[in-house]
Ligand binder design. Structure first.
Ligand code: NAD
Length: 494
């Protein structure tokens, strides 16, 4: 079934800001492009420094009253937000698929993962107890206590690849702990946030507690150094993550900055290939490879290689490329024409460096949508760690196949990049799994799991060039990031 493709059917014409209600910012507008058709489906504002200032001041003014609101009352708005998001889930999924290109099923799945964080943060009155507490009698007649306190206004700057889920890694925790919040979505995919903020609006948060400012690089730079911002959460590419970390930290802010990735999957001869191969294919080609947890290099160990290769080729053959809104699509378009060009360049570069192109998706053209940023599933064989493609994030539907003699050699390859976000091992041997977890320098390890995305009640973050900071997103780390623990030491004389 073919979905809808014209501008009049998008829910939003111009992506606006939400600052105590919907507002029209001063900045210029630019087009939001449907990556499947190449058509402009809406416009988005690029907010100016003055727009940012107005947003942050509104959030700042809302802080004291929100901080004084009892946690159990604050979280009532999260219960309401959960309901409002669930009611809009299908609508958000459709808009998200249009602006991003992923399938509606993938879009719906990410919204569910976002809502999961709203649910976890709704338990904040209890979570706030961890790390607080009193020790009686630390000296004669003296008691000492630690109490968590919010810090003010937090901003989150987020990427294009999970337009609904990633804002919700931050928003619920920031506000449940008593802070106020500014979201800056990716300018490539601003429409999902418009619908999420309709849910925020309906959830009845007091004015200024949750705000939205659209824009690009200039908008972010104005946020990073604003005097009234206490901290910044960032998710995106490594060079920008490093810039955000350095700039905001130099301005005295708390920062957590998640960067890019280069994730390997390793398959040993004990792996159950009938299960492993569809799982690997989902990790590599799902979301057209545009996931920070996508495994884009697959390493066959010893005898595992030949059958792994044969099964992968069979599975790839079945993948359907098309617009995300078409029900039969497995692999949607890349987000922009630039992204498509970049991935094509990486494939050509790998061939020049000696990789064999076994499945060639470079010339794929959709019969109905020749302007779409499509790329067919591609498979390169004979990839080695000295090749650029083995060390650089691809973010496209490309699988690089490598062959090694043993697990030690595989682990050396896995650790041979500047990134440390995630890695997967396919095995039925516990000892191999333990060695892998112990040796691999990555924040997330999947054992027979190709997209090892932690649940909301665990933290999410990588290592090395994949993360700058110490406290990660979600769960207990989020509570620690968004609060400070004040110590009180008391004695009484009368
Ligand atoms: P990006 O770095 O280009 O953009 C991310 C955000 O930063 C956007 O909101 C953008 O407006 C802003 N931005 C871009 N350039 C900037 C600059 N020079 N100064 C200030 N702000 C700037 O990333 P993207 O292309 O939107 O997202 C893809 C990247 O995100 C991939 O590298 C992917 O691995 C990474 N990612 C990481 C995780 C994780 O958990 N580690 C999760 C999702 C995505």
């Amino acid at each position: 079934m073919t979905g809808t493709h014209n501008r009049s059917e998008t829910a939003v014409d111009v992506a606006r800001n939400y600052v105590g209600g919907w507002v029209e910012p001063n900045g210029e507008t630019r087009g939001v492009i449907d990556p499947a058709t190449g058509e402009e489906i809406a416009r988005v504002h690029y907010s100016t420094t003055a727009d940012v200032d107005e947003t942050v001041r509104t959030a700042y003014d809302a802080f004291e009253a929100w901080r004084a609101t009892p946690p159990a009352e604050r979280t009532q708005h999260l219960f309401a937000l959960k309901r409002e998001l669930e009611e809009r889930q299908a609508e958000i999924a459709h808009a998200l698929s249009r602006e991003h290109g992923k399938t509606v099923a993938e879009a719906s799945g990410e919204i569910r993962r976002g809502i999961e964080n709203v649910e976890v943060a709704a338990g904040m009155p209890n979570m706030l107890r961890a790390g607080s507490g009193v020790v009686e009698g630390v000296a004669t007649g003296m008691d000492e206590s630690a109490v968590r306190q919010p810090l003010g206004v937090f901003a989150a700057v987020v990427p294009f690849n999970f337009p609904a889920m990633i804002p919700l890694w931050f928003l619920p925790y920031a506000v449940a702990t008593g802070n106020t919040f500014v979201l800056k979505p990716s300018e490539k995919v601003p429409l999902s946030s418009q619908l999420i903020f309709e849910a925020v609006d309906a959830a009845g948060f007091p004015e200024g507690v949750v705000t939205l400012v659209n824009g690009g690089v200039g908008t972010v730079d104005a946020l990073l150094t604003h005097d009234d911002i206490a901290g910044v959460s960032f998710v995106g590419s490594t060079p920008v993550a490093r810039h955000i970390y350095e700039t905001a930290a130099a301005a005295g802010k708390r920062v957590q900055a998640q960067g890019g990735a280069k994730n390997y999957a390793v398959v040993t001869d004990s792996a159950v290939l009938a299960e492993a191969v569809p799982n690997i294919v989902g990790s590599v080609y799902g979301n057209a490879g545009q996931r920070c947890l996508a495994n884009d290099v697959v390493v066959g160990v010893g005898d595992a290689y030949d059958e792994l290769r044969a099964r992968l080729l069979d599975a790839i053959d079945d993948l359907v490329v098309g617009p995300g809104v078409d029900e039969e699509t497995d692999v949607g378009p890349l987000v922009t024409a630039d992204a498509q060009e970049r991935v094509l360049g990486m494939i050509d570069g790998a061939i020049d460096e000696g990789a064999d192109l076994v499945v060639d998706g470079r010339d794929f053209e959709h019969p109905e949508y020749p302007e779409g940023n499509f790329l067919g599933p591609t498979l390169l064989e004979g990839v080695t760690i000295d090749m650029e493609i083995a060390r650089t994030e691809i973010f496209g539907p490309v699988l690089c196949l490598a062959s090694v003699d043993d697990l030690d050699e595989a682990i050396e390859m896995v650790n041979g990049t500047e990134y440390g976000n995630a890695s997967s091992l396919y095995t039925e041997r516990g000892s191999e799994a333990r060695t892998y977890r112990y040796e691999v320098d990555a924040g997330n390890i999947g054992i027979n799991v190709g997209v090892c995305a932690p649940m909301g009640f665990f933290h999410f973050g990588g290592r090395k060039g994949s993360f700058f900071g110490d406290l990660h997103a979600q769960g207990e780390d989020a509570v620690n990031f968004y609060t400070d623990k004040t110590i009180e030491i008391e004695r009484w004389y009368s």
